[in-house]
Design a protein around this ligand. Structure first.
Ligand SMILES: [Zn+2]
Length: 85
């Protein structure tokens, strides 16, 4: 998964994962949490349980975004992730 993905996949705010209703082209509606969730290094996607198309994704913050957040626990996470490479 890359950030150059086609624009038709909705980027979702993590706060909306259990509240925002997503709609698939096949007619399925549900929240991010109600789809089939998949993970990779860059973020999470949810897949329509009816037709298996990806309907939305949530990107993990980048290390730079975590460092810039000013939140000490986020900064610590960023340093841990950075040193894992
Ligand atoms: Zn569908």
């Amino acid at each position: 998964m890359t950030k150059d993905n086609p624009g038709f996949i909705q980027n979702l705010n993590p706060r909306d994962r259990e509240t925002k209703i997503l709609e698939c082209d096949c007619g399925w509606k549900g929240t991010f949490a109600e789809g089939f969730e998949t993970w990779d290094d860059d973020g999470e996607s949810t897949v329509c349980p009816r037709c298996l198309s990806t309907v939305a994704q949530i990107w993990f913050p980048t290390i730079q975004e975590m460092l810039d957040s000013g939140d000490p626990s986020e900064v610590r996470h960023a340093e841990l992730r950075d040193s894992a490479h």
